[in-house]
Design a protein around this ligand. Structure first.
Ligand code: NI
Length: 176
């Protein structure tokens, strides 16, 4: 178990297409997931993709607990998602603020599908198949984009809504 350094935007690994995980339920996979969990928790992140710690595999983790610091946040169950596939269930998109541990200190408005189905596997190879919307759908799209070499600034359409967190939200306390 270890907290790993996060690769920052500009590192070419973040632009790679990640490889599929071939072997489930292995000590290597378990160790990688523990490192990702430790890293995400230490940085208060809502999600983390394996390429962000330099491992170009199709593995993301995410989850948001409702707490008093973010009472407006929707709860997302902690999820380990491997070899994911996303199917949008509507053409509807909505704008929302995003940040990324690989793009520290910044926030931007990103359009995302409002409703989708995601499928994949947990670390033991059990199937995951969920239909979600809203913030949960946004987080899944953001994390799975990392597996295709896409960072959220590449999705921004209105660059007047892209900036430093403390300048955009001077009255609020935010972390990356
Ligand atoms: Ni990110």
């Amino acid at each position: 178990m270890a907290i790993k350094p996060i690769l920052k935007m500009g590192n070419p690994i973040l632009l790679e297409i990640a490889e599929k995980v071939q072997e489930f339920n292995s000590p290597e996979l378990e160790g990688l997931i523990e490192d990702m969990q430790d890293t995400m928790v230490s940085l208060n992140g809502a999600g983390l993709a394996a390429p962000q710690i330099g491992i170009s595999l199709q593995l993301v983790i995410f989850g948001v607990e409702v707490n008093t610091r973010y009472p407006e946040a929707e709860e997302i169950p902690f999820t380990i998602l491997i070899n994911p596939e996303i199917t949008p269930l509507s053409d509807e998109v909505e704008d929302g603020w995003e940040g990324c541990l690989s793009v520290p200190g910044l926030r931007g408005i990103v359009p995302r599908f409002t409703k989708l189905r995601y499928q994949g596997y947990d670390q033991y190879g059990n199937a995951i198949d969920r239909i979600v919307e809203g913030f949960h759908a946004r987080v899944v799209q953001h994390e799975c984009d990392h597996l295709e070499g896409i960072l959220y600034p590449m999705r921004i359409e209105d660059f007047s809504a892209f900036g430093y967190t403390e300048a955009l939200f001077p009255d609020q306390e935010y972390t990356d």
